[in-house]
Design a protein. Structure first.
Length: 428
């Protein structure tokens, strides 16, 4: 047992937020014939926090219940029984470097130190809670009897982002370093230096006094989604149906430095503690379309055929590579703080690498037998008719070592193979 029992008093009004959330919807029939409906809506919603925020600031949160520390099982020389024995041969209660264990990332582990302090100007009052606005404009039109089309534009934007500011450190407490990307034609930075990386200075390592507040105090952070949907629906009495839709959309996440431009497209992000917060600070999700069609046809004799065809964006995957101290130290000029020996760094921008598009066709054949008021329905379903093996998950760790089991971009899961299923339904 590393620490003993502890007891802390309760705390109230953390948070104590108040919000007004207007919601407005308008429907207009421009011709008054009941065949066209133009709809507009704008609504505000607040983020559901339940007990999460309260737990972040309760007195028990001042108890430092966890920390991290490095461990080098090859610290002792060859022949020493403590080498490579998969046991941390050190005093785990000690917060400083000893034996095989590095210093604790938080030297206050096991004690009561209020590491998370709410900003009084944010934790209570009006309009401080994280929120989002959703707006849309859609048009429903009956082109002819039994044929209707719906098209709409949707936009969602978020605000009041929560951030953590460690008051014990400033950007000057971090030292820059670079690493060199592997030589690989699939990488945009193949063989080039990757900079904008920072490591906290040893003298500031483990110093924590977090102020929890809004991002508005540091810069203009934005997250926006724009999307368009088009849907069609056709019904031919009891003979056939045809439906489907097309969606395209993207999201933008960025933060602009305080006092800087807030126009769309800027990629200047703000810094709270570490300058590395500027690294890949803007994420542009590319516009990607999704298409889905479904239909059914009654050919007679109680037999119905149905199909669903869809085309979806390929699976997104990362390219995270672990760099050793030997690769980092030449530009950092010192070992990593906390006796850390490796750092994992992304080699590609978030949401920039995707697998091939995913196509799938499913079929169903149904035969209906009627016995008076009773009915038996037999079904034959065939999923993934063309037995496509398109990847739906790809390996996101960059590992091109000879003999490696998994390599970067290698599929780890593909579409389920062709499946035939028989089923029956009895209605009485």
């Amino acid at each position: 047992m590393l620490v003993g029992a502890r007891d802390y008093p309760g705390r109230s009004d953390v948070p104590n937020w108040k919000d007004l959330n207007p919601r407005l919807g308008i429907v207009w029939d421009p011709k008054g014939d009941g065949r066209t409906a133009i709809k507009f809506g704008i609504n505000r919603y607040v983020q559901s926090n339940a007990t999460g925020i309260a737990q972040l600031f309760d007195q028990g949160a001042g108890a430092v219940n966890s920390t991290t520390r490095s461990w080098n099982d090859q610290f002792y020389p060859a022949g020493d029984p403590r080498r490579d024995n998969f046991l941390p041969d050190c005093d785990l209660r000690s917060t400083v470097l000893n034996g095989e264990c590095g210093a604790m990332a938080n030297p206050n582990f096991g004690t009561y130190v209020p590491v998370n302090t709410p900003d009084p100007g944010w934790i209570t009052g009006w309009g401080k809670r994280p929120y989002n606005w959703q707006t849309s404009i859609t048009v429903d039109r009956e082109l002819m009897p039994n044929l209707a089309v719906n098209a709409g534009y949707f936009r969602t934007w978020f605000g009041n982002f929560m951030v953590v500011d460690n008051l014990r450190v400033t950007p000057n407490d971090y030292s820059p370093y670079c690493v060199t990307a592997p030589t690989d034609d699939r990488l945009e930075l193949s063989g080039q230096p990757i900079c904008g990386l920072y490591d906290i200075n040893p003298t500031s390592f483990g110093q924590i006094d977090n102020l929890i507040t809004r991002s508005n105090n540091y810069g203009n952070q934005r997250e926006i989604y724009n999307g368009v949907d088009v849907n069609i629906s056709l019904r031919m009495r009891d003979v056939a149906t045809l439906g489907g839709g097309w969606n395209i959309g993207n999201a933008v996440q960025l933060g602009t430095a305080a006092g800087g431009s807030s126009s769309s497209g800027t990629d200047s992000c703000y810094v709270i503690d570490s300058p590395q917060q500027l690294f890949n600070c803007k994420t542009d999700v590319p516009y990607q379309s999704r298409i889905k069609l479904n239909g059914s046809y009654m050919i007679g004799w109680g037999i119905q055929l149905a199909a669903v065809a869809q085309s979806n964006p390929g699976a997104n995957y990362t390219a995270n590579r672990t760099f050793s101290l030997a690769e980092i130290q030449p530009t950092l000029g010192r070992p990593l703080s906390g006796n850390v020996t490796t750092v994992t760094i992304p080699l590609v921008k978030p949401l920039s690498t995707f697998g091939p598009r995913i196509y799938q066709l499913d079929l169903r054949g149904t035969k209906i037998f009627r016995f008076g008021s009773q009915r038996i329905q037999g079904n034959l379903d065939v999923y993934n008719v063309f037995n496509s093996n398109t990847p739906v998950s790809l390996f996101g760790t960059y590992n091109n070592a000879v003999g490696a089991t998994n390599r970067w971009g290698q599929p780890t899961q593909v579409l389920d193979g062709r499946l035939v299923k028989f089923s029956a339904q009895f209605d009485f």
